[in-house]
Write a protein that binds this ligand. Structure first.
Ligand SMILES: [Zn+2]
Length: 315
């Protein structure tokens, strides 16, 4: 069955003229894959507190023109860009960027979930330039000192608003937060939760807290999982983690994401794709296509690549 947002087995021309932020891909078009997790940032314009000394190599602008050639090389035609500095200003900027960048199909922005005026805040974002690209919200729960932050009543109330608005909530958590995540998932069954980076497993192998937490989340039909954060280990060490996730979530609820440019701390975009290829190689082609793009397009309700055309006026 054809899913919304998915075109199987062929590539689509994205744009036949001038592309914002760079030149056309190698062959003049991008591909049918979806990268469901990437970031843009510009430390020359804004402060990113997590860009510390150890991450000095990431302290430079990473913008659409830097990602475009990598996508073209790997047949990826659409991306979901995820917030990186938890501010409404950034969310507005990412929406604007989506409006002028052909391959950015969705934005997972940030809002204060506890804001009593959340409905109005979301309406403001949606009516701003590029607002139609808002597909989800992330709050970096991983950084919250209270490991049960997600199960607080004010967070649950905010998640309920996201559900009413048809948005996805991206879950950035570590294994010790999976229990609170489960509470939130059960409290807001109408909301789709996308667990980022496989739920933060240790690279050395599945730990009991991660296994129990992720298996329980997977039993809830409103949870999907990003096969992202593949920079943590090579294919052989990732395999037991990926196999468990496939078993728990099944072929329809796993979404590939590169986590570019964060992945560049220890890998390259090419290596991340090599690891994905290695993890998926024994699966039937139709399942691979779902994980590589179909599922992300469906979960985030991304526009078709053709409908995602954004032309700049000719000079
Ligand atoms: Zn990320």
């Amino acid at each position: 069955m054809q899913r919304p947002g998915v075109t199987r087995g062929r590539f689509l021309p994205l744009y036949s003229g001038r592309i914002v932020g760079g030149t056309l891909g190698e062959r003049g078009w991008l591909g049918s894959g979806v990268d469901a997790h990437q970031h843009f940032w510009d430390p020359t314009r804004h402060h990113y507190p997590w860009l510390t000394e150890e991450r000095a190599t990431l302290r430079r602008p990473f913008l659409p023109e830097h990602l475009r050639p990598l996508l073209a090389q790997h047949g990826i035609g659409r991306t979901v860009v995820v917030e990186a500095r938890s501010s409404l200003e950034e969310t507005r900027e990412l929406l604007q960027l989506a409006a002028i960048t052909d391959f950015v199909a969705g934005v997972v922005g940030w809002v204060d979930l506890r804001d009593p005026a959340l409905v109005e805040v979301l309406a403001g974002l949606r009516s701003a330039p590029g607002g139609e690209h808002l597909v989800g919200i992330r709050h970096p729960v991983r950084e919250e000192p209270d490991r049960s932050w997600l199960s607080r009543p004010e967070a649950i109330r905010g998640l309920g608003v996201l559900a009413e608005q048809g948005l996805v909530f991206d879950l950035l958590v570590t294994p010790d937060q999976l229990e609170a995540a489960l509470t939130a998932v059960r409290a807001v069954p109408q909301l789709t939760f996308a667990v980022e980076h496989m739920g933060g497993p240790a690279p050395d192998g599945p730990e009991p807290a991660w296994e129990a937490g992720m298996a329980a989340l997977a039993r809830c039909p409103n949870v999907v999982c990003k096969l992202s954060g593949l920079a943590i280990a090579g294919c052989e060490r990732l395999r037991p983690l990926a196999d468990r996730l496939l078993g728990w979530f099944g072929e329809d609820r796993l979404l590939f994401g590169s986590d570019w440019p964060v992945c560049l701390l220890s890998t390259t975009y090419d290596q991340v794709l090599e690891r994905l290829d290695c993890l998926l190689q024994d699966l039937p082609a139709y399942i691979q296509e779902r994980v590589r793009g179909g599922n992300a397009a469906h979960v985030y309700r991304l526009p078709e690549a053709q409908a995602n055309l954004k032309a700049t006026p000719s000079p």
